[in-house]
Design a binder for this molecule. Structure first.
Ligand SMILES: NC(=O)c1ccc[n+]([C@@H]2O[C@H](COP(=O)([O-])OP(=O)(O)OC[C@H]3O[C@@H](n4cnc5c(N)ncnc54)[C@H](O)[C@@H]3O)[C@@H](O)[C@H]2O)c1
Length: 413
């Protein structure tokens, strides 16, 4: 798409526009809530993203994905003329602090793709000036912030480099930003102080550490969560292998017993962050992160074990299987790294037919309506426990629900 065509006045106004802050990746899942939080605090924000379609959507007042409470804030920010949209690095607002929120993936070896940060910063460098604050907010491999500082110094750039990781839960960033302590770190005292001052406008509390401590804190947070999900999933699989209904065991474990309250329900532990960040940590630990790897085996393996269990119980080759919920978790529209798709892929050669549905996902042309999937399926699997599924009876068809989200005689735990 030609961005200039979508928004004719945009580039011209951008060149002269000044902003209080530039957010690179400002059209992403981390970027948008941050943009809106700063705009709500009165900042004029340069929303910088290479994805021009996302920028066009934002500019027209539409969020490209579910972000609870976001539409109202977007409308307000637009009406107060607090958002400036840019897509070419040469157009970013001059002099203002820059916060980088781009994706930081892992590669086919499960190692971090460290070059994405370098490429992004290289593209921005011609516009940055000495003394300007550059904040990394993406989740990065340990040592990245200090590496960036050295890299910039070698190039003769005297930027203030900080790392202030995002820790909010996807889809609820606006509320959680207001409630979550912000980890602040910088490669110099000046950088730390400036980052702290900036974030104090939008977060309730600051936790100041060194960049490396901050990098590990973020990765440990995510790996811990991933391991927690794996524990529940492994308990579920063990209970099933003993022929038990895990829900009854779970109830006995948790009912009015505070030490077990935080054990999550079993389910698909998926999405763009937890697996990826656990593997970043494993890469740092020279693949000696045994708990992290064990969690990965359980969380990724549960899909295959469910299929094996169903195959022992049902003649899958003669059945149409319907998958309910293709997002990576409940009540969002994001399918990135969703295990629902792994399940679909593994079921396709085994079942007579696999049908999929999701009330929120808009990006998959193969999705059918819920009614059609229920009507045509012999067996249903609850993949993402969207609230919309809670009160349905699924026409008496058997439904595999490992989450414990549904009730009814036809539900298989
Ligand atoms: N999604 C979450 O809930 C969450 C939570 C905490 C931390 N994180 C971390 O935040 C980072 C971003 O995650 P995300 O889910 O927002 O990713 P995302 O893909 O939704 O957003 C990234 C955005 O950056 C843009 N982008 C990428 N490279 C760019 C460049 N060079 N110049 C301009 N724009 C560019 C993309 O077009 C995209 O819109 C990752 O490191 C992730 O691990 C994500």
């Amino acid at each position: 798409m030609n961005f200039a065509d979508v928004s004719p006045g945009l580039r011209a106004s951008t060149r002269t526009a000044r902003a209080d802050l530039t957010i690179v990746g400002g059209g992403g899942h981390v970027g948008i809530p941050l943009v809106l939080a700063f705009a709500e605090a009165g900042f004029r924000v340069n929303v910088h993203d290479k994805d021009q379609e996302v920028l066009a959507a934002l500019q027209s007042g539409r969020l490209p994905f579910i972000e609870v409470g976001g539409e109202e804030l977007l409308r307000r920010a637009l009406s107060r003329n607090l958002l400036i949209f840019t897509s070419a690095p040469s157009d970013i607002a001059p002099g203002a602090p820059v916060i980088v929120t781009i994706g930081t993936p892992i590669d086919e070896f499960l190692n971090p793709v460290r070059k994405v940060v370098q490429d992004c910063v290289d593209a921005l460098l011609p516009q940055l000036v000495d003394g300007q604050l550059l904040v990394l907010r993406s989740t990065v491999y340990p040592g990245t912030t200090s590496w960036l500082d050295t890299y910039l110094t070698r190039k003769g750039c005297k930027l203030k480099v900080a790392f202030c990781p995002e820790r909010v839960v996807q889809g609820h960033g606006i509320k959680e930003l207001r409630e979550t302590p912000q980890i602040i770190s910088g490669t110099t005292q000046e950088a730390t102080a400036e980052a702290a001052k900036l974030f104090s406008h939008v977060v309730p509390e600051l936790v100041q550490v060194t960049p490396e401590e901050a990098e590990f804190a973020k990765l440990f947070n995510n790996a811990y969560r991933y391991i927690e999900f794996a524990i529940a999933n492994q308990f579920y699989l063990i209970a099933k292998s003993a022929g038990l209904d895990y829900r009854r065991v779970e109830h006995a474990m948790k009912h009015n017993y505070s030490r077990a309250r935080r054990i999550p329900s079993p389910g698909f532990a998926a999405g763009p962050c937890l697996f990826k960040d656990t593997m970043q940590l494993a890469a740092f630990a020279q693949n000696q992160f045994s708990l992290g790897h064990a969690a990965m085996l359980v969380n990724e393996g549960i899909v295959l074990q469910l299929i094996r269990g169903l195959g022992e119980r049902y003649p899958l080759a003669e059945m149409t299987v319907g998958l309910l919920g293709m997002a990576f978790k409940a009540d969002i529209d994001d399918t990135r790294a969703s295990l629902s798709y792994k399940l679909k892929k593994e079921l396709l050669p085994r079942a007579a037919m696999v049908l999929t549905t999701d009330p929120l996902v808009k990006t998959d042309p193969e999705l059918l309506s819920l009614d059609e999937v229920i009507a045509r399926s012999d067996l249903l699997i609850l993949c993402a426990p969207h609230r919309a599924y809670r009160a349905l009876d699924f026409a008496g068809k058997p439904v595999l629900d490992i989450w414990g989200a549904l009730g009814g005689a036809n539900v298989i735990g």
